[in-house]
Design a protein around this ligand. Structure first.
Ligand code: HEC
Ligand code: HEC
Ligand code: HEC
Ligand code: HEC
Length: 437
């Protein structure tokens, strides 16, 4: 969503509020947390007559028990508490950060870390990643929201975050779930003991778990999206953010080493035996050349292959150029990454407007399961993304494959340190067979 040029037609029937929201949206990816409003705190949203009901309400448009779902099933309500754990203390001590629950580096992702003057009287940092971390500071929309008279576009214009839009949602989640320059789980954090971040929009939306009831009433207010659409748009936005993050970090970096969080971990972290060497070559790189993480680009290419062969070819060439650039230096990588970010941005908009249809999804699935493609999944990152992709697509197609194949895919991608590339290739072969039936 680059700012600047405005070449869209706005239907005349739209309320003014929606148009304003659209224009604000064009200014750049908003992070819900950082909107200007005062954040009123989870307690304000979670009152028993609001979103704090014990059971879902039958005659209400929304479930009303979102607070209970969030506080009992959603890891986000635990995000601040995680900073009090021994693991967090160890990570923080190794980095010389002091108490993690006071370190902005940690709080930016593990809580709704807005400045003191933006915290309302019920605000409590210990709530972790609360309602307003995702839905936006409530100061300016709570009034009309409670009165029940405001439409969705009006609420969005008043600062409620457009979580129903796949691009906006992906940007929101990725703000904390993938490496990006503002909130970066960098290689130092990883080496100090922070879990490796992995993200896929559909899987993570389901796992959160979702607290919206998609019914007729919902569809009147908001668009509904199938899992494969969330997956496809999520890949495009992930690729774009990763490439932007890589470009920015490269441009700022004055270290001997580049920021390793943007590389495929398994390039360096695997057992080795100098007598045997490695025949592991991918992405046009030779043995011993660490490879940038490109799993989202690989997925995006499988999507583009089905929906737009021209773009697919450009993606292929530019991805190769990116890997080549990693031999040439930081400036070359930044340029190649920026070009890829632009291409991914185009695809995000396009896939959001016209998601892959059933035929496209079949084609994508066949690509991901193909022998030729499988040969490329010798690293963990692409294997992990393939697994989540296959699950999302099969679910949307309503097809149950050989359950053994899916289980095997999950098994092979349990952990980067124990990644079993042969097991993964076998699982894909089994999937290939089951798709033929
Ligand atoms: C403000 C930062 C932030 C935002 C925004 C955010 N998350 Fe998270 N998320 C976290 C943190 C931190 C954790 C880890 C919580 C813990 O266990 O300490 C987490 C955990 C999760 C988990 C559990 C992961 C696991 O391995 O158990 C899921 C699923 C998840 N988030 C999905 C999402 C989705 C979907 C979105 C977007 C709609 C999103 N998150 C937006 C910070 C965020
Ligand atoms: C860019 C956002 C981000 C930053 C910065 C960040 N975290 Fe996290 N953290 C996450 C996410 C997301 C997860 C969940 C990972 C998953 O399971 O997918 C997580 C997980 C964790 C966990 C494991 C929680 C569990 O339940 O197992 C600990 C501990 C942790 N983080 C501590 C820290 C500390 C300490 C800092 C500061 C030094 C920090 N984090 C900075 C996003 C972040
Ligand atoms: C990690 C991000 C995240 C957090 C935290 C979060 N939500 Fe949500 N919420 C979403 C997403 C994504 C959706 C689904 C998209 C949509 O319907 O807009 C959603 C949907 C909803 C809906 C359904 C709206 C409808 O139109 O049917 C309600 C109500 C809601 N959330 C309330 C809450 C409340 C209350 C809290 C805190 C207790 C909360 N949410 C915490 C991301 C989040
Ligand atoms: C270019 C090579 C390279 C890449 C790529 C790389 N690392 Fe590292 N990693 C290192 C080096 C070097 C160390 C320091 C080892 C030491 O302290 O002796 C290290 C240390 C670590 C450690 C501390 C434990 C240990 O083995 O020392 C963890 C955990 C870690 N890396 C995780 C990751 C993750 C996760 C990724 C992918 C996002 C990654 N690394 C990518 C080279 C790499």
């Amino acid at each position: 969503m680059g700012g600047g040029k405005l070449n869209i037609t706005i239907p005349l029937t739209w309320p003014k509020a929606m148009i304003i929201a659209l224009l604000i949206g064009l200014a750049g990816p908003a992070i819900a947390q950082s909107n200007d409003a005062i954040h009123l705190g989870v307690q304000t949203c979670g009152a028993s007559t609001c979103h704090g009901a014990v059971q879902p309400w039958q005659n209400s448009t929304v479930l009303q028990n979102e607070f209970i779902i969030w506080s009992t099933h959603d890891a986000h309500s635990n995000a601040y508490k995680s900073l009090l754990s021994d693991r967090a203390k160890r990570i923080s001590a190794r980095l010389g950060l002091g108490p993690p629950e006071q370190a902005a580096t940690c709080l930016n992702c593990h809580a709704n870390n807005v400045p003191a003057e933006k915290q309302g009287k019920n605000f409590n940092i210990a709530d972790g990643v609360g309602c307003e971390s995702c839905h936006g500071g409530a100061e300016n929309w709570l009034g009309t929201h409670v009165s029940g008279v405001s439409s969705r576009p009006e609420l969005v214009a008043a600062g409620m975050y457009p979580t129903e839009d796949p691009i906006a949602r992906a940007e929101l989640c990725i703000g904390c779930h993938l490496p990006n320059p503002d909130r970066l789980v960098n290689h130092r954090l990883l080496a100090a003991g922070h879990p490796r971040l992995a993200f896929e929009l559909d899987t993570f939306s389901v796992n959160q778990p979702a607290h919206a009831r998609i019914d007729d009433d919902y569809r009147q207010r908001k668009p509904d999206h199938n899992g494969a659409k969330l997956w496809a748009v999520g890949q495009a936005v992930s690729a774009r953010q990763q490439m932007r993050g890589l470009a920015q970090t490269m441009s700022r970096n004055a270290n001997l080493f580049p920021e390793l969080t943007f590389f495929e971990c398994g390039s360096c972290h695997r057992p080795f035996d100098s007598a045997i060497g490695a025949d592991r070559v991918r992405a046009g790189l030779g043995p011993g050349e660490p490879q940038l993480y490109d799993a989202n680009l690989v997925m995006l290419r499988a999507i583009a292959d089905a929906v737009d062969p021209d773009i697919a070819q450009r993606l292929k060439n530019q991805t190769r150029a990116l890997h080549r650039a990693s031999r040439q230096g930081a400036g070359a990588v930044a340029r190649a990454a920026n070009e890829l970010a632009e291409l991914a941005d185009k695809l995000a908009t396009r896939l959001n407007g016209t998601p892959p249809d059933r035929n496209d999804l079949r084609a994508i699935l066949n690509t991901l399961a193909s022998r030729q493609h499988a040969a490329k999944y010798v690293d963990f990152g692409a294997a992990e993304q393939t697994t989540m992709a296959v699950a999302a697509i099969l679910e949307t197609l309503g097809e149950a494959p050989d359950p053994g194949a899916l289980d095997q895919l999950y098994d092979a991608t349990q952990s980067p340190a124990r990644f079993n590339s042969r097991g993964f290739a076998n699982a894909l072969a089994q999937l290939r067979e089951s798709l033929k039936k």
